[in-house]
Design a protein around this ligand. Structure first.
Ligand SMILES: Nc1nc2c(c(=O)[nH]1)N[C@H]1C(S)=C(S)[C@@H](COP(=O)(O)OP(=O)(O)OC[C@H]3O[C@@H](n4cnc5c(N)ncnc54)[C@H](O)[C@@H]3O)O[C@H]1N2
Ligand code: MOO
Ligand SMILES: [Mg+2]
Length: 409
């Protein structure tokens, strides 16, 4: 009785959305705004680091050739080299240098013996007894271990975590090229909605828009709230027509088959090409996806949990791709189901669970309510449990795939 198109499998829907996303043009940003973003171009090392061979231990810089005979072997201590100072004397045969961690290795030395493997000689304080015969290179951190001038230090697309930023800082860089952040418009639709600061008067507070805006920011985008459009074709059209200059337009509600579900028509009227509508998932089935120019339009279902779950499964990967990240599929970990689940085949369910480690395994307990109409079904969730489309039951202890949620506190 329905002429609705077939439901797309979730993986195909995500692949189609990602196919519409390419990294945004680059901008140079200060390093502390680069965390979690991807490099827009290869970065070459300008400095060789460490600049010199240096000691990995507090101890003595020695010549291994001096230490081939029976141990202990007594050596004369030439100088003490501290980090931040350059050695002034060569380590000649029969001598060594006291050296601290990070200090440059004096010439002539080819190994470091840690202090614990030596013994002071009280009657001859300018000598030391060495108790082991080190191999060449022992406890020496070689010049260029972190970076060699001219080499590609980090490739385009590399996600900038804290160690990567450290590598760039060490090069003397204060800013870095990354794709600019996606600008994301967020529009709520619905006659039943009011702003949090309005007297409700029989309405409910629009929670989707502020929640989605936070999710956008956490995913690296820049959200702009476009307010609430009333449930008329004109109001939805006018609100969407104001969404110019954005990379992504997120709407919530009005995408199902109700008499007041106008989002799809409004998108069509504004020349947005519809790529697909409806995905074989619960929650989130009526998701609609379109594009006009480079702008991506994602009509999320109105149920509060459905909008958050579809954000996690489809919008967040899209924003991450726009940010130039390559590995954008939701993360997955394996776990065990605590309890049982059943459903009709046909839709993949993404069950809100609280997962905890017990005896070396991650046990996922479905939350009491799974209704998509109540935010309570998402509150306290740590993961989404993937209950595959074709399955109808999962027994207690089943091995399951879990998606860690980005919403968690
Ligand atoms: N005959 C059918 N009816 C429905 C189907 C279906 O397949 N056939 N799908 C159901 C599913 S699944 C979902 S999800 C919803 C999606 O509905 P819409 O996207 O059209 O959203 P609305 O109908 O406008 O609202 C749904 C629900 O969400 C509340 N809502 C909406 N916006 C907000 C907001 N910004 N903040 C808080 N709450 C919001 C709204 O009040 C409704 O309760 O359709 C089913 N129906
Ligand atoms: O997908 Mo609806 O999101 O099941 O409530
Ligand atoms: Mg509806």
């Amino acid at each position: 009785m329905s002429d609705a198109p077939a439901l797309l499998p979730v993986e195909e829907a995500r692949a189609r959305i990602l196919g519409l996303c390419t990294p945004l043009p680059p901008e140079w940003v200060p390093m502390d705004d680069a965390l979690g973003r991807a490099l827009a171009e290869d970065v070459l090392a300008r400095r060789t680091l460490p600049p010199w061979d240096n000691s990995a231990m507090d101890g003595y810089a020695v010549r291994t050739a001096d230490l081939l005979g029976p141990l202990p072997i007594r050596l004369t201590v030439g100088e003490t080299v501290f980090a931040g100072k350059l050695p002034v004397r060569e380590v000649v045969p029969g001598t060594c240098a006291r050296i601290m961690t990070g200090a440059p290795l004096p010439s002539g030395a080819d190994a470091v013996v840690m202090r614990e493997r030596t013994r002071p000689v009280p009657e001859a304080p300018d000598t030391v007894d060495i108790l082991e015969a080190p191999g060449p290179g022992q406890f020496i951190r070689p010049r260029g271990e972190d970076a060699r001038e001219g080499d590609v230090l980090l490739r385009r697309g590399t996600p900038l975590g804290i160690p990567e930023l450290g590598l760039l800082w060490a090069q003397g860089m204060a800013s870095v090229p990354v794709p600019r952040r996606p600008r994301v418009a967020v529009l709520s639709t619905g006659d039943e909605l009011c702003r949090v600061d309005e007297p409700p008067g029989g309405r409910i507070v629009d929670t989707n828009a502020p929640a989605l805006a936070l999710a956008v920011r956490r995913a690296g985008g820049v959200p702009t709230l476009l307010g609430i459009a009333r449930d008329t074709p004109e109001a939805v059209r006018e609100a969407l027509a104001r969404a110019d200059g954005f990379d992504v337009v997120l709407t919530s509600a009005g995408v199902s088959v109700g008499d007041h579900d106008f989002v799809k028509d409004a998108l069509e009227a504004l020349g947005v090409a519809q790529h697909f509508w409806r995905v074989a998932i619960k929650p989130g089935k009526p998701l609609v996806v379109g594009q006009r120019g480079a702008a991506l339009f994602l009509g999320l279902p109105g149920n509060p949990t459905s909008s958050l779950v579809t954000f996690e499964l489809f919008v967040r990967p899209a924003l991450r791709r726009l940010l130039g990240l390559e590995d954008v599929e939701p993360a997955r970990v394996s776990g065990r189901l605590e309890g049982r689940l059943s459903k009709a085949p046909g839709l993949a369910h993404f069950v809100r669970v609280m997962a905890t480690w017990r005896a070396g395994e991650l046990w996922a307990k479905p939350l009491g309510t799974q209704t998509s109409g109540a935010l309570r079904s998402a509150s306290a969730a740590t993961h989404l449990l993937h209950f595959p489309r074709e399955h109808s039951s999962l027994t207690d202890g089943s091995h399951v795939e879990l998606i860690p949620l980005s919403w968690v506190a």
